[in-house]
Design a protein around this ligand. Structure first.
Ligand code: GLA
Length: 714
């Protein structure tokens, strides 16, 4: 192989890196698999393929390193922004020695490149990994070797995408309405999405995708990036007049937030990247990565009963044991006591930071409730919000200096709370010790870790220096310490719903709370796009009460159940008020979920590009291709009488499958089956026919779904 070119391949993705002229790596290709290539072929992609320029190196875009540099003719956003009191602001790294390549036991291919700028006194260690499922990730560690402090403004990595990537897709949202997609042309300039609220964001960019115009789930090449970081961040798509197109991301730093003294280093978050033909392939790469992590759950995800929308702050042993009884009767396996159990917390004005059991609400502590829950065969879980503090709390009274405050002011209160600066060692130790004591006192298998206020004006007292980065790293450390203190502890990442959904926090969490909105109509969209990044078993999906608390809409239990079964199933509904019929039907949904949860949680997620936007078709196909479950959902009213023929993607084209329509729940779901004979009698056909021709579907009421189950016929 040509020494200057590295060729990495995994599961249909190829990465060609050029390491010529002592430069940091230049990506010559990141995309579809290029097959077997000789040294000559690789040379043709590399040095030999360089574009000639007439009189200006800035007019060609073939020198874009992963950490782009002005010094190498990059005229867009630089990879490293920073200076030593105004000097050394345009570093130009030369590699020091050849790249180190290795293959990890799990098949991950690693490339490590070391570089230094002898004038700016900076060193960099750049790590690139191509994981077996085709997910690429990149990060850098920078070291200040100079005597004076080096202040960093940004460290961003970029990956080039080709000219065919003419359309962008990213996401926005708000409380109870997360992951709303937005599309636009990849036009000249910078499309930049920034988060400065100290957490990933209800409006998180989530995935920033560039693809062939009109790309869908199953067609069109698409390239996507995601930053594995839960603090301030920036993701952007940049297109220059010289033809360069890149997708990039990095941490967003406030002024003076990251200062490296002599010999100090910092490591960036990982930038994750996936290419695919259609979004489903991109998703499969992200899912393969998450499922391969050492902490990925290996046991079935326990069906959860969460108390929040059932009782809110109205907690009592009597009320909650009755709720637990009702939950156990329908098949729940984990009971999560939400907000309201600690300090003097009777509403949301008080007690955050006092992580001791409320003597008023729980005079005998939590043990009687935990015993009851265990007696029903359920695990016990607890809600906490360790990064927050109420002004009305023992913690705030004793240590006001641990509350974030910039410029001598505490900043605005939000939900009557402030943020505890975990960058203060005392604050960190206080919260850790209280939580460890809880974990030692009680058998708590699970923490729902919430985060409800922005980290704006997040200054570290007394000086007021920006503290989001230190806080974010401390929050990660705290989670790691708690997991070490209580082996087997599972943590859910929640931030006012789905405000902290990223692969940084998911290095220690195993579930996200996708949204405070459990209206199934909204949930269809929220889950579709949360699943685009995380495997369904990592996403909390609950059945709520008949009238959704956040939207006021009413839905049949069939639609609530059908929507919730796809993820980590839970129930968030005061079951003590449900009718016997509702409880019986709910029990059917829970049983159905349990019977299929291996498939639901471990299968390959597929979405059809159905022509009518009112009809959504998604599913999971077993990894061995022998089974699949699909859902056909009518979000609105289709313009045609029925949804027509529905194509079912992702099956093995050569195998034969028997299709049936499972009907957990009410008779209503059976309506209309007579219209389409196969739904009564079943049908056997090939995966190719199902994907290319499809099956005629039962007319659907708006805001209802049907399931289709496929089983291989041998
Ligand atoms: C946030 C969470 C909810 C619930 C409440 C409790 O809003 O997203 O699920 O835990 O806090 O205060």
């Amino acid at each position: 192989m040509t020494p200057d070119v590295l060729y990495l391949r995994a599961s249909g993705t190829s990465l060609v890196l050029e390491l010529a002229d002592d430069l940091l790596p230049v990506v010559r290709h990141w995309g579809s698999d290029l097959g077997d290539l000789t040294d000559e072929d690789l040379a043709a992609l590399g040095t030999a393929a360089r574009v000639a320029f007439f009189d200006s190196p800035f007019d060609v875009a073939d020198q874009v390193t992963v950490l782009p540099e002005h010094a190498r003719a990059w005229i867009g956003r630089p990879g490293v922004e920073g200076s030593r009191e105004g000097r050394d602001w345009s570093p130009a790294f030369r590699t020091s020695g050849p790249a180190t390549t290795s293959t990890e036991p799990d098949g991950t291919q690693r490339v490590v490149v070391r570089g230094a700028d002898a004038t700016a006194y900076l060193e960099v260690v750049l790590e690139l990994e191509l994981h077996p499922g085709g997910l690429l990730r990149v990060r850098s560690t920078l070291t200040n070797t100079g005597h004076d402090t080096y202040t960093l403004g940004a460290v961003r990595h970029v990956l080039p995408v080709p000219e065919v990537a003419g359309e962008l897709l990213d996401f926005t949202g708000r409380h109870t309405y997360e992951r709303v997609p937005q599309r636009q042309p990849f036009s000249a300039g910078v499309h930049s999405r920034e988060v400065r609220t100290g957490r990933t964001g209800l409006d998180a960019v989530h995935l920033l995708c560039a693809g062939e115009p009109g790309f869908g789930f199953r067609h069109g090449q698409v390239w996507a990036v995601h930053l594995g970081w839960s603090g301030n961040q920036q993701a952007y798509a940049e297109r220059l007049h010289n033809g360069a197109r890149v997708l990039g991301a990095g941490e967003a730093l406030e002024h003076g937030e990251l200062r490296l003294a002599h010999g100090e280093s910092c490591t960036t978050p990982w930038l994750y990247a996936a290419h695919g033909t259609g979004l489903d392939e991109v998703t499969a790469r992200f899912h393969a990565f998450s499922r391969s992590r050492p902490h990925a759950p290996s046991r079935p995800r326990p069906v959860t009963l969460n108390t929040w929308e059932a009782v809110y702050f109205d907690q009592s042993l009597e009320r909650l044991t009755a709720l637990a009884d009702a939950g156990a009767a329908v098949g729940t396996e984990r009971f999560v006591l939400d907000d309201g159990w600690f300090g003097g917390r009777c509403d949301d004005t008080t007690s955050l930071g006092d992580w001791t059991v409320s003597p008023d609400v729980w005079p005998d502590g939590l043990q009687p409730l935990i015993d009851h829950v265990h007696g029903l065969g359920m695990e016990f879980g607890l809600w906490v919000e360790p990064e927050m503090v109420s002004i009305d709390s023992d913690l705030a009274r004793a240590h006001p200096e641990w509350i974030f405050a910039a410029g001598g002011r505490r900043g605005l209160e939000s939900r009557q709370q402030h943020v505890l600066d975990l960058g203060h060692p005392g604050a960190y130790a206080h919260v850790r010790d209280q939580l460890v004591r809880l974990l030692q006192t009680y058998d708590i298998a699970y923490l729902k870790w919430d985060h409800n206020r922005y980290l704006n004006d997040a200054g570290h007292t007394p000086g007021g220096e920006a503290g989001v980065r230190a806080h974010t790293l401390a929050a990660y450390r705290l989670m790691d310490e708690l997991i070490a203190a209580r082996p087997g502890l599972e943590i859910e990442s929640c931030a006012g719903g789905g405000g902290r959904v990223d692969l940084g926090v998911m290095e220690r969490c195993v579930r996200v709370w996708a949204s405070d909105c459990i209206d199934p109509l909204e949930r269809q969209q929220i889950q579709r796009w949360t699943f685009a990044l995380l495997p369904p078993g990592w996403v909390g999906t609950h059945v709520g009460s008949p009238r959704a608390h956040t939207t006021g809409r009413r839905h049949d239990l069939s639609f609530r159940g059908e929507t919730a079964i796809w993820g980590h199933l839970g129930i968030e509904w005061d079951l003590t008020r449900a009718t016997p019929e509702e409880l019986a039907e709910l029990g059917e949904w829970v049983a159905f979920h349990k019977a299929h949860r291996d498939l639901l949680h471990e299968g390959v997620v597929v979405n059809a590009d159905h022509p009518d936007e009112a009809v959504w078709v998604h599913g999971v196909v077993a990894v061995d291709g022998a089974e699949a479950l699909y859902s056909v959902t009518s979000l609105g009213r289709p313009v045609t009488t029925g949804p027509g023929r529905v194509r079912l993607p992702g099956l093995d084209p050569t195998r034969r499958y028997r299709a049936s329509v499972p009907t957990p729940g009410t008779e209503l779901r059976r309506e209309g089956r007579g219209v389409v004979p196969w739904t009564r009698e079943g049908v056997v056909t090939t995966g190719r026919v199902l994907a290319e021709v499809g099956l005629p579907m039962i007319p659907l009421l708006p805001e209802h779904s049907h399931l289709i189950h496929l089983e291989e016929v041998r």
